[in-house]
Design a protein around this ligand. Structure first.
Ligand code: C5P
Length: 408
């Protein structure tokens, strides 16, 4: 799946460096050509000889080396790849990259590169949580660096928390997805360059009192994946998200909300857009009068909650005077999935509904995979169960085509 893709892999000096050896193997098995730069510290964790044998290429590590510069200068090295990959990205290398330092081969290449950069950080959990690392993370993201992980788990230093390198299979998957979506983006018929895409994602929280709320099991993964795929296709993306634990994709304008009413207000404020994708699991009802403070238990029994209907965001956008050319709804159903979706197209004034089965046995809500039915006004296309980011990539392809048709 990565046939002929040129990956320049920078291995940082962390204990997780040894895992990058397996990554080299996996990337080569997918057909990629992997050239490696080892930082000085990394070569204390793994030997340049192992890296050279696994990558089948000369390993680069010196900035000031007459030989290396004569063979291939650091500028050429930074330009010859399709993707620059940093695994593991240490706290120190994050700081250097965020600040634009160039005092060794790895940092110089990162600064001189005009290619996309993907980094998988790994470090002690306290280092990861430190405000300076988090500041550097925000800077890197706003510079467009794609970040994979880190995960929560036990780190080599015997502590528990977020800081573990993402699984090698997860990093490989992100690279495959990146190139998949990138290929989509670069295919002219699938490009969304110059288009604006407005997406809602995640659940909404509807307060009962100051500490309690009504919510649902939506993770936001599908909406975030669509935002990422739309951005990779060249669109200007605004993602209006209910509460989730996800990191927003780089380069996307994220607006965070809690309630359906807040989501509604932000969506209407963000119009006009070329495409609207209502992926959020918006609560249908809210408590009419949430209590200020915490409701106490009483001998009169549980409080009676009076629910009232929330605004229907999708239906409002469907009939708005600035209606986007393409309005996409989602339908989470537990029965009669396709039939209900067809009804919803009419009811909500949208062009297409992406319907999925969210019954407990489907594992869709909160899971990483989705099996969707793409329900149009006349036709239905049922896709197999595939990862949510692949669903997103295919949907973006489809939306780009539909938009083009609308604009003709
Ligand atoms: O009616 P139902 O909730 O099944 O419709 C689902 C679709 O409508 C989704 O696209 C969802 O984002 C959208 N929706 C909305 N506002 C609501 C309820 C649902 O935008 N209040």
């Amino acid at each position: 799946m990565l046939d002929g893709k040129k990956i320049l892999m920078i291995i940082g000096g962390g204990i997780a460096a040894y895992k990058s050896l397996d990554l080299i193997r996996q990337l080569r098995a997918q057909g990629a050509l992997v050239t490696v730069i080892l930082t000085g510290a990394a070569s204390r964790f793994i030997s340049p000889l192992s890296v050279a044998s696994l990558s089948g290429q000369k390993v680069h590590s010196e900035l000031f080396s007459d030989n290396a510069e004569a063979e291939i200068g650091h500028i050429a090295l930074s330009r010859s790849a399709d993707l620059v990959l940093v695994v593991p990205m240490t706290a120190d290398l994050m700081a250097k990259t965020a600040q634009g330092h160039a005092d060794d081969l790895a940092s110089t290449v990162l600064l001189a590169s005009d290619k996309p950069i993907m980094a998988a950080p790994s470090m002690n959990a306290r280092m990861w949580e430190h405000p300076s690392t988090q500041r550097n993370l925000s800077l890197l993201k706003s510079d467009g660096v794609l970040i994979v992980g880190p995960e929560i788990g036990n780190t080599a230093c015997g502590e528990h928390g977020r800081g573990r390198l993402a699984e090698i299979s997860e990093i490989t998957h992100s690279i495959i997805m990146y190139f998949g979506a990138h290929d989509v983006a670069s295919a002219p018929e699938c490009s969304l360059s110059g288009k604006s895409v407005l997406i809602t994602a995640g659940p909404t929280y509807e307060p009962i009192d100051t500490v309690r709320y009504i919510a649902n099991r939506s993770s936001g993964k599908q909406g975030y994946a669509i935002a990422d795929a739309a951005r990779l296709a060249g669109a200007q993306v605004t993602l209006i998200s209910g509460p989730t634990t996800l990191t927003p994709p780089a380069g996307v304008n994220i607006i965070r909300v809690e309630t359906a009413e807040q989501m509604y207000n932000e969506v209407i404020k963000s119009l006009p857009a070329d495409i609207f994708v209502a992926c959020a699991a918006v609560a249908d009802w809210r408590v009419e009068a949430p209590v200020l403070g915490k409701v106490k238990k009483s001998k009169d029994g549980p409080p009676k909650l009076k629910l009232i209907e929330n605004p229907d965001i999708l239906a409002s956008v469907g009939k708005h005077r600035s209606r986007p050319k393409l309005v996409v709804g989602f339908a989470a159903e537990t029965e009669n999935v396709v039939l209900n979706a067809k009804e919803k197209i009419k009811k909500k004034g949208c062009d297409i509904i992406i319907a999925n089965d969210v019954s407990v046995t489907s594992g869709v809500m909160g899971g990483d995979e989705n099996a969707v039915h793409v329900v149009g006004k006349t036709a239905v296309d049922s896709w197999p169960k595939i990862p949510k980011d692949l669903v997103a990539e295919r949907l973006i392809k489809l939306f780009a085509k539909m938009l083009r048709r609308e604009e003709k």
